[in-house]
Write a protein that binds this ligand. Structure first.
Ligand code: NAD
Length: 427
């Protein structure tokens, strides 16, 4: 990760460009450029050795004009408030683009769960909720899992919230385990949703998905499920990259005949780290972490972290690449965007490509609030409809106004939120 990169600067730059295109009025421009609320707090946690360690936590609510704020909680040792602010803003656009009645938020804790026992993680989750309980809830702001947080973390958080309020509030948090208020289809939601948009984009380009190959950055929740559906539809992934805990650097594992998803899953930890030695034994080429980007494939899927496609490495993208589907949030820098455009690559922007997760979170909230749960088929088909509709509206606008797809998506999303703020009389 480039330490000088600031995700919030990128998010604001993207917003400014769209505000200019939309000729947005000054009040909306000022209001939407910054979060509406921002929380910074310290979480004291009694560690297993009896000592207290203090962790830094954040929650940012960027905008809630369309409905209660919604967004994940990230556990990351290099978490910064600006990454959280950028992610919260992207959540606002994401909920807007798929046309669900929710706003944008994001939270985080500076920590490395690899170094925490399960009991310490539980105390950390409960501590985060104790700090935020007054400002989250089914009608205010609904957290969910994100980088290095799981359904178990969400359940501990919900339990703490319910202890504080003395009632059952399953709609207060999403991403809960199935059977404990979670929705069927949530685990695969983001990865599957991404492939729905890939399927639609390839259809528009008259490319048969079964004849394509892909290279993926990341091997966590989003990447694994994207690969699962892409494989089911007939596509072949030739390389994946992930963080290697032992060497503290990313690695890329390649098999030109196609990676075997299950085989790799069997040697992957719960944080999406593939066991390097076992991968080599299974016949995977062990390559430097950034090699995922220069593979001769039709599709690139950055599904790990922000700022992965930069001015420095975008020129390494093979001429064979036709499509980039952004699974991660903010994986492409503004400079890299220009190179991608020049290369004529079709881009499915992050807040559209990875909106399957929040769409399913919204379905989970609806089900939790009404205490009535749908079948997996119902969830999947409702999500497919939402993602496909959103993709088509973005792609139609891009064609009509001859726009880069990221700009078209932004125009639709920002316009909806700005109108909601004005209609409420806020701006
Ligand atoms: P995850 O923690 O399950 O997986 C992250 C993966 O990225 C792991 O395989 C990790 O090894 C890998 N990784 C970390 N640093 C890397 C590096 N420098 N190079 C290559 N690989 C690296 O996370 P996830 O839930 O799959 O989320 C991935 C991205 O998608 C994040 O940007 C997240 O914000 C975004 N996202 C996730 C969801 C969701 O539902 N999980 C929804 C929308 C967006």
């Amino acid at each position: 990760m480039n330490r000088t990169y600031n995700a919030f600067d990128t998010a604001k730059k993207q917003f400014d460009k769209i505000a200019d295109i939309l000729d947005l009025d000054t009040a909306n421009r000022e209001f939407l450029r910054e979060p509406v609320r921002e929380f910074h707090f310290s979480i004291p946690v009694r560690m297993d050795n009896g000592k207290v360690q203090v962790f830094k936590g954040f929650r940012v609510q960027h905008n809630d004009a369309l409905g209660p704020a919604k967004g994940g909680i990230r556990f990351h040792p290099m978490e910064t408030i600006d990454t959280v602010k950028a992610s919260a803003m992207w959540m606002t656009w994401k909920c807007s683009i798929v046309d669900i009645p929710l706003g944008g938020a994001k939270g985080g804790i500076i920590c490395d769960p690899h170094n925490l026992s399960l009991r310490e993680q539980e105390r950390l989750c409960r501590g985060w909720v104790r700090q935020m309980a007054r400002n989250i809830g089914p009608l205010l702001d609904i957290p969910a899992p994100d980088v290095m947080t799981t359904g178990q973390h969400m359940l501990w958080m919900l339990d703490e919230y319910e202890v504080i309020y003395g009632g059952k509030y399953p709609g207060a948090i999403t991403g809960k385990p199935v059977g404990m208020g979670g929705s069927l289809g949530r685990i695969e939601a983001t990865g599957y949703g991404l492939i729905f948009t890939v399927r639609e984009a390839l259809r528009e380009m008259n490319i048969r998905l079964e004849e394509t190959t892909a290279s993926v950055q990341g091997f966590g929740n989003v990447a694994q499920h994207a690969i699962e559906l892409y494989n089911k539809l007939g596509g072949k992934v030739i390389s994946v990259s992930c963080w290697d805990q032992e060497s503290s650097e990313p690695r890329t594992y390649r098999k030109l005949s196609g990676i075997d998803l299950q085989e790799l899953r069997n040697i992957t930890d719960s944080f999406g780290g593939i066991d390097r030695n076992k991968a080599i034994k299974l016949g995977y080429e062990d390559l430097p972490g950034d090699y995922w980007i220069n593979q001769d494939v039709e599709i690139l899927i950055p599904a790990a972290l922000e700022n992965s496609i930069t001015e420095e490495n975008a020129s390494k993208i093979s001429n064979k690449v036709k499509l980039i589907a952004e699974g991660a949030n903010g994986p492409t820098s503004s400079e890299a965007d220009k190179i991608i455009q020049e290369k004529g690559i079709f881009l499915i922007p992050d807040f559209l490509a990875n909106a399957g997760g929040v769409t399913c979170s919204y379905f989970e909230q609806v089900q939790s609030n009404s205490n009535y749960f749908w079948s997996k088929e119902e969830v999947l088909s409702k999500r497919d409809n939402k993602m496909t509709d959103a993709f088509i509206s973005v792609s139609d606008l891009a064609k009509k106004m001859d726009l880069y797809t990221r700009d078209a998506a932004y125009i639709l999303a920002v316009d909806r939120v700005a109108k909601a703020c004005s209609n409420r009389g806020w701006t």
